[in-house]
Write a protein that binds this ligand. Structure first.
Ligand code: BES
Ligand code: MN
Ligand code: ZN
Length: 491
C-alpha cells in the first residue's frame, strides 16, 4: 500500500522561510499583491519576487499557475515556488493549485506559506491527491520517498480539522488507484479479497463469500464468468454502520473482473493488457468504503464486489450456454466478453434481497462503447430515479469528477430478447452502453432507486490528469463520498 503525503498545518511564522530545505511556496495574487510571507521571501531573495511581478511576463500568468525560482539567493531551499492565486479562489481552484504544487514537489519536503488563504485545506487535499506514484514494481534503489508538507497558516487548528476528512478521501482514492494499477498476476481474486479483509482494521465488517456459498445462493451467472479460471470466484461484502441503527443502507456494488480476456469470445491481443483494470468498479467501491470508515461517516453503507477472472479454458462458459441467475431469470450467453453484467446482475439482486437498500449504485468498467460515446472525461450515468441521479450529478460536479447522464428506455430493452431464454447478454452494436445498462435494470426492483455508472473511460487513463498521474485515476471516490455526506448522513 502506498502512503499518502503527510500534511501538517503550523502557525504562521515567517522565520521558517530562510531556513527551510526542499521547496518553499509563497502566494501572490494575479494583480501582484504579496502577503507578509511573500514580502519576507522577496526581501530574502533581494527583490526577485517583485521583479517577477513587475515584469511583462507576469501579465500572462493566470491564477493557479506556479513560477519557480531555482536555487534562490538568500534561501536554503532549492526552489522558491511562487503560486499565483486569486484571493477569492474557489475550493476547486485551490485544490487544483495544490495538485500543481504536487507535480513540482518530487521527493522534497515542502513548506507552503499560505497566510490566511481561505481554502488552505483544499490546497493540502489537492497536493495529497496528486502526490501519487505506483512504483512498487520498479526495482530501482533510490525511489523517491514521500516527503512531508508543512503549511503555515493563520488558523492552523481550523485548517487541521478541515483537512482530516479530506485526507481520508485522498487515502481512499489512493487505495482505489493501487488496486486498479496492480497487475492481474498479483491482484488475483484471492489477493483482492485478502486486501479487503484487511479493512476490518478500519472498523468495517467484512465477509468473504466463497464459491460453495455462492453456489448455494444460486449466483450462477456470476460463477459462470469465473469457471474458466484457476482463481476462485468470490463475493466480498463490506459494511460500514455509522448511521442510525435501523436506517436502510446505501448499497455500492462493483464489478471486480481481475482480468478480462473476453473468455471464449476472446479479445484481440493488442491492448489486452489494459484489462487488468477491469476490476475498477470494485476498486472504487473499496476505496469509498475506506474513506467512509477513515472519516467515520455517520451513515450506513454496504459495499458488495464480485471478484472473478474471465479466462478461456476447457471448462469456460461457451457462447450459446443458458445460465440461471440468482433472481431466477435465464440468460443466453451470446458473447462471453459481455461478462461484467453477468457478475453484476447476481450481486445487485443479492444486495437488494439481503439489505433492502435505500438506494443502490453499481460501478463497472462495463463497455468499450461508453468510451466511444463520452471519451475519458465523463463516466456514463444511467438511472431509474431522478432525485438520486440529480443528487449524484451534483456531488460529482462539486468534486470536479465528470459524469454525464445517458438514457434508458423500452426500445433498448427489446434488443435483449432471446429466442430460447428470458434474455440475451448482448443487444448488438447500436447503443452498446445503453443495452448493457438495460440488462442490469432487469435486476433492479421497481422500488429501488438505482444508478449505474459505466466507468470504462474514466477508471484508468493513458495521460496525466489534474489529480492523478497516468494510469488509475480513482474516479468516483470523491463523488460517492460527497453523495453520502449530502444524502445519507445525519446533521
Ligand atoms: N471490460 C470490457 C469493457 C471495457 C472496454 C472496459 C475497454 C475498459 C476498456 C467489457 O467486459 C467488454 O468486453 N465489453 C464488450 C461488450 C460487448 C461484447 C457487447 C465491449 O465493450 O466490447
Ligand atoms: Mn469483457
Ligand atoms: Zn469486462
Amino acid at each position: 500500500m502506498s502512503m499518502i503525503t503527510p500534511i501538517q498545518f503550523v502557525p504562521m511564522d515567517n522565520e521558517l522561510i530562510a531556513t527551510a530545505t526542499g521547496r518553499v511556496v509563497i502566494l501572490v495574487t494575479p494583480d501582484g499583491k504579496m502577503n507578509l510571507a511573500a514580502r519576507r521571501a522577496n526581501r530574502l531573495c533581494k527583490g526577485a519576487v517583485a521583479r517577477l511581478v513587475e515584469s511583462d511576463k507576469f501579465g500572462d500568468v493566470k491564477s493557479g499557475q506556479v513560477v519557480t525560482l531555482n536555487w534562490p539567493a538568500g534561501l536554503q531551499a532549492e526552489a522558491l515556488d511562487i503560486l499565483i492565486l486569486d484571493k477569492r479562489a474557489t475550493k476547486t481552484e485551490t485544490r487544483k493549485a495544490g495538485a500543481a504544487l504536487a507535480q513540482l514537489k518530487g521527493s522534497n519536503p515542502m513548506l507552503v506559506m499560505a497566510g490566511s488563504l481561505r481554502h488552505a485545506a483544499e490546497l493540502g487535499f489537492g497536493l495529497a491527491l496528486r502526490d501519487y506514484t505506483f512504483d512498487q514494481h520498479k526495482t530501482d534503489d533510490d525511489k523517491p520517498k514521500p516527503a512531508a508538507v508543512t503549511i503555515s497558516h493563520s488558523k492552523p487548528d481550523e485548517m487541521s480539522a478541515d483537512i482530516a476528512p479530506l485526507l481520508a478521501v485522498a487515502e481512499g482514492t489512493h487505495m482505489t488507484r493501487d488496486l486498479v494499477n496492480e497487475p492481474a498476476n498479483v491482484l488475483t481474486t484471492t489477493n483482492f479479497a485478502d486486501r479487503l479483509a484487511e479493512m476490518k482494521k478500519l472498523g468495517l465488517k467484512v465477509e468473504v463469500l466463497e464459491e460453495d456459498a455462492l453456489e448455494k445462493l444460486g449466483m450462477r451467472t456470476l460463477l459462470c464468468v469465473g469457471q474458466g479460471s484457476d482463481s476462485p470466484s468470490k463475493v466480498v461484502v463490506m459494511q460500514w454502520n455509522g448511521g442510525e441503527k435501523d436506517a436502510a443502507p446505501l448499497a455500492l456494488v462493483g464489478k471486480g473482473v481481475v482480468f478480462d480476456t473476453g473468455g471464449i469470445s476472446i479479445k484481440p491481443a493488442g491492448g489486452m493488457e489494459d484489462m487488468t483494470m477491469d476490476m475498477g468498479g470494485a476498486g472504487v467501491v473499496a476505496g469509498t468504503m475506506c474513506a467512509l470508515a477513515l472519516r467515520k461517516a455517520k451513515a450506513n453503507v454496504v459495499g458488495i464486489v464480485g471478484l472473478v477472472e474471465n479466462m478461456p479454458s476447457g471448462n469456460a462458459v461457451r457462447p450459446g450456454d443458458v445460465i440461471r441467475s440468482m433472481k431466477g431469470d435465464t440468460v443466453e450467453v451470446i458473447n462471453t466478453d459481455a461478462e461484467g453484467r453477468l457478475v453484476l446482475c447476481d450481486i445487485m439482486w443479492y444486495a437488494q434481497e439481503r439489505f433492502e437498500p435505500a438506494g443502490m449504485i453499481d460501478l463497472a468498467t462495463l463497455t468499450g462503447a461508453i468510451i466511444i460515446g463520452l471519451g475519458h472525461d465523463n463516466a456514463g450515468v444511467f438511472s431509474n430515479d431522478d432525485t438520486l441521479c440529480n443528487a449524484f450529478l451534483k456531488a460529482a460536479k462539486a468534486q470536479d469528477e465528470g459524469a454525464w447522464r445517458m438514457p434508458l428506455g423500452e426500445g433498448y430493452d427489446k434488443l435483449l430478447k432471446s429466442r430460447i431464454a428470458d434474455m440475451k447478454n448482448i443487444g448488438g452494436r447500436p447503443a452498446g452502453s445503453v443495452t448493457a445498462a438495460q440488462f442490469l435494470q432487469r435486476f433492479v426492483k421497481d422500488d429501488t432507486p438505482w444508478i449505474h455508472l459505466d466507468i470504462a473511460g474514466v477508471a484508468s487513463i493513458k495521460g496525466n490528469t489534474t489529480y492523478a498521474p497516468s494510469g488509475a485515476t480513482g474516479w468516483g471516490v470523491m463523488a460517492l463520498n460527497q453523495l453520502v455526506q449530502d444524502q445519507f448522513e445525519a446533521e
